[in-house]
Each structure stands twice: as structure tokens, then as C-alpha cells.
Ligand binder design. Structure first.
Ligand code: ZN
Ligand code: ZN
Ligand code: ZN
Ligand code: ZN
Ligand code: ZN
Ligand code: ZN
Length: 222
């Protein structure tokens, strides 16, 4: 009988204790909300329309610095988008694709031998450089040009170093020379360019300036 009675006591009393505890615990934050306190302001918070600061003290609903966003200028977001941020809280109020415009003054077309570049810019300051490879489409003059050892048809593009058209060593007839009173030289059969000039050699030392004794005997053709 006694055990049954004790069980009955606790079954009746326990809910009362639990209820009392819940009531007291519930009063603590409720009392804090109404007590005077120094507000502790958060960083700016924002939603799609406005920004504000919240008091960090639990239960306090006060806000300050509330206002609608004020979008600034377009700024680069990434290689695809630019956006406008609120000048107060930096919330991105709007984004859009870059609108790229070719800037002729900063661009350079490719030539047959030099790479070029196309420069595009957007109002937000974003820019792209698109490299252009050299075209390698040379057009050659029919005339010859030459250096000391070779001739070739030059490319019509000024400054182009391409020598691939007709590039060969000068071709001379063996033993055929052109001469002046002091020097002899050869003329290329293909490009008509004079070789380097050399002084006659007075081989027999007769003081006659080599006309009759130059090793190549070119004096015969004078
Ligand atoms: Zn507060
Ligand atoms: Zn804002
Ligand atoms: Zn942009
Ligand atoms: Zn060229
Ligand atoms: Zn030549
Ligand atoms: Zn000579």
C-alpha cells in the first residue's frame, strides 16, 4: 500500500515542478528585453530592397541606419558580368552581361609577319585582349633584293623579314669579271647585283697596275 501511495505522490507532483521551471526560465529573456541597455549594433544587414543594423542584444528589436539601397556605378564582377553595388552596404542590386566595344586606337591588325591584337572594353572598366596571329600571307615583289651572298624576292609588306621567295646564292659566270682601272668584280646572272670589289694584283711586278697580270685575266674583257 505504501509503495503505491508514493508512486501516486510523484505522479501528481512531478508535472507541477516541471511546469514551475518552465515558467521561471521563460521569464528571464522576457525581463531582459524590457530592461534599458546600450544597443550593440551589428554590421549592415540587407535584403533585396534595403539595409539596416540590428541590436545584438537578445530580444531587442531596435534597428538603425535603415534605408533603401543607393546603387553606384557599374563595376566588374567577373569575366562575364558587371554589377551595381549599394554605395552604403555593398549589396549587389543589379547585374548584367558586359557590353564589349572594340577600341580601334588600342587594337592592332595582324600583318603577314607580326601578330596583332583586338582590345575590347566595357563601361565598367573590364577589358579583354584577343591576340591575332600573324597571317603569314606574304605577297612578293617581282624585283630582286640581295645581300652579299644571296638574292630573293622581297615581301611587299614593309619591314617583313621573309626571304623565302627565290632565295639562292648569287650565280656568277666563272672567270667573267667587270673591271675599272683599279678593281674587278662580278655581276650575278640572276639579280644583276655586283659582287664585292677587289683590287687588281700586279702579279709580275711590272708596275702596270695589274692589267696584264690579274689572276683572273679579266683585262681581256675590257
Ligand atoms: Zn538593443
Ligand atoms: Zn544598401
Ligand atoms: Zn562590364
Ligand atoms: Zn610578308
Ligand atoms: Zn644574285
Ligand atoms: Zn683585276
Amino acid at each position: 500500500m505504501e509503495v503505491f501511495f508514493m508512486n501516486g505522490f510523484w505522479k501528481r507532483k512531478l508535472p507541477a515542478f516541471v511546469l514551475a521551471f518552465v515558467l521561471v526560465a521563460g521569464l528571464i529573456p522576457a525581463a531582459g528585453a524590457v530592461e534599458a541597455h546600450e544597443h550593440v549594433w551589428s554590421d549592415l544587414k540587407s535584403n533585396g530592397v534595403e539595409h539596416w543594423r540590428e541590436c545584438a542584444v537578445e530580444g531587442c528589436d531596435e534597428k538603425q541606419d535603415a534605408g533603401t539601397h543607393t546603387p553606384g556605378e557599374w563595376g566588374e564582377v567577373d569575366s562575364k558580368l558587371h554589377g551595381k553595388k549599394c554605395t552604403v552596404c555593398e549589396y549587389m542590386t543589379e547585374t548584367d552581361d558586359h557590353k564589349l566595344t572594340l577600341i580601334e586606337g588600342l587594337s592592332k591588325p595582324a600583318s603577314c609577319y607580326e601578330a596583332g591584337v583586338e582590345v575590347f572594353t566595357c563601361i565598367c572598366g573590364y577589358y579583354e585582349e584577343h591576340p591575332l596571329a600573324a597571317t603569314k600571307k606574304h605577297t612578293y615583289a617581282s624585283a630582286w633584293t640581295s645581300n652579299a651572298t644571296h638574292h630573293w624576292h622581297p615581301c611587299n609588306t614593309e619591314g617583313c623579314p621573309d626571304k623565302s621567295s627565290g632565295y639562292e646564292k648569287h650565280s656568277y659566270d666563272t672567270g667573267v669579271y667587270t673591271s675599272s682601272s683599279t678593281q674587278h668584280w662580278q655581276i650575278c646572272k640572276v639579280c644583276n647585283t655586283a659582287s664585292a670589289k677587289a683590287s687588281h694584283v700586279d702579279e709580275n711586278k711590272d708596275g702596270r697596275n695589274g692589267y696584264d697580270s690579274c689572276p683572273q685575266r679579266h683585262h681581256r674583257y675590257l
